[in-house]
Every structure is written in structure tokens, then in C-alpha cells.
Write a protein that binds this ligand. Structure first.
Ligand SMILES: [Zn+2]
Length: 47
């Protein structure tokens, strides 16, 4: 199992798998915030 963490730019909503100092979407510095995502039974059929 893997707990995923993504980073969102709070300025434009740009999503990245890792933290970026500068957003390539809106060129804002330090605008990324960490967001934890819990994927729960999306595509896997558990039986
Ligand atoms: Zn941005």
C-alpha cells in the first residue's frame, strides 16, 4: 500500500507529484501545498 502525497499550487491549482519551488503554471514561488490523497477502491475489484 502506498499513501500518496501530491502537491498543489494554491495559486493556480497546478498539481505535481513532488514539491516544486516555483510553479510552472503561474510562476509563483513557494505556492505549493502538500495534499494527502487516499485512494480507496477506485478501480480495483476486491473480492
Ligand atoms: Zn501555480
Amino acid at each position: 500500500m502506498a499513501s500518496s502525497t501530491v502537491f498543489f499550487c494554491k495559486e493556480c491549482g497546478y498539481e505535481s507529484a513532488k514539491w516544486l519551488g516555483k510553479c510552472p503554471g503561474c510562476n509563483s514561488w513557494n505556492s505549493f501545498v502538500e495534499e494527502k490523497i487516499n485512494k480507496k477502491a477506485s478501480k480495483t475489484s476486491t473480492r
